[in-house]
Design a protein around this ligand. Structure first.
Ligand SMILES: [Zn+2]
Length: 332
């Protein structure tokens, strides 16, 4: 990487829109240092997904929140986008929480505001399978339900980023139609480059961009290709989306999990309903690109003709633009 690019990277806001750590209250969050060391400014950390029951999500959120507040010398729990700038000035790592799937609401619309008050700034609707709010990408996709519509409006109102990753095709189009704020796919790759049900069509990418949203690059090898996390392959995904809708709509959502005592393969194989066979989830030794690959990736982007503005947008300013709009709510 050139001296100039090193400088761009060092000075840039780096926004990772989703981590893939399997959430539970016992996780030692010192693992977040891997993002800090790699120069990431802000991370959205997952506290629950539809495979868990809502009480487990709440207790994980409570434990993570306690830990972040107890480690205020290094971490900042973000309330709004200005807090991220403040954290950078103070050389601290900024984070907030996200939830994958509406089972965490237990059918109660008022839980959206409760989660917001506890630090959740992003939710997606269905985790691969249909639920009471939405259709999932590995299911028959029943579309957004009346309850799901209410949730979109409530998320817009309180100030949460509306995330379409993991939802079914029709559901995502319904969500983007319903939302009056930008909508994102935090961690989804283009299906035209790698045809996986977790990836998204050109129609979804165009609809997302039309809301002012961003598509975050997922670093998991099975969503990039045949368990392929090479820089060349990641670049192919990014160039495809940028060519289709413009570089102001690309970002990072690596879905990354540091090496911990969890064998992801064992978890994925234990629930073939959520992670169906035939979708590469039974791949042994699933590879995962994470923040450590960013220097190589931005060097490749520069070589491919992306200028400094486009690279800064990819690194974080694009997601920051969405957050500035989406997080301006009326929390209750
Ligand atoms: Zn996910």
């Amino acid at each position: 990487m050139s001296i100039h690019l090193q400088q761009v990277y060092r000075q840039a806001l780096v926004w990772d829109a989703h981590a893939g750590v399997f959430p539970n209250p016992q996780v030692d969050l010192n693992l977040l240092d891997e993002w800090r060391v790699a120069g990431v400014s802000y991370l959205s950390l997952n506290v629950g997904f539809d495979v868990m029951d809502w009480q487990e999500t709440l207790s994980t959120l409570a434990a993570y929140r306690r830990w972040v507040l107890d480690n205020g010398d290094r971490f900042v729990l973000v309330n709004d986008s200005r807090d991220i700038e403040g954290a950078r000035r103070d050389d601290k790592f900024a984070l907030s929480f996200d939830i994958e799937g509406m089972n965490a609401l237990n059918g109660d619309i008022n839980m959206v505001g409760v989660y917001h008050a506890l630090g959740v700034r992003q939710m997606l609707f269905a985790y691969n399978l249909n639920n009471t709010a939405a259709g999932g990408c590995h299911d028959d996709d029943s579309g957004l339900t009346d309850f799901g519509r209410q949730v979109v409006r409530e998320m817009n109102r309180v100030g949460m980023i509306v995330d379409c990753s993991h939802a079914g095709h029709q559901t995502t189009l319904d969500i983007m139609h319903e939302s009056d704020k930008p909508v994102v796919f935090t961690h989804s790759n283009p299906r035209a480059v790698w045809d996986h049900q977790r990836n998204i069509s050109d129609q979804q990418i165009r609809a997302c961009a039309a809301t002012g949203g961003v598509i975050g690059l997922n670093g998991m090898g099975i969503f990039l290709g045949d368990n392929d996390v090479s820089i060349a392959t990641m670049l192919r995904h990014l160039r495809y989306v940028a060519k289709l809708v413009g570089s102001e709509h690309i970002g990072i959502g690596f879905d990354y999990s540091p090496e911990v005592d969890v064998d992801i393969g064992v978890i994925l194989r234990s629930r073939p309903d959520y992670w169906p066979t035939g979708q590469q989830y039974d791949t042994h030794g699933i590879k995962h690109a994470g923040p450590a690959q960013l220097p190589g990736l931005i060097a490749a982007l520069a070589d491919a003709g992306f200028d400094d503005t486009a690279i800064r947008g990819f690194l974080g300013e694009n997601f920051q633009r969405v957050a500035r709009s989406a997080w301006q709510g009326s929390p209750a």
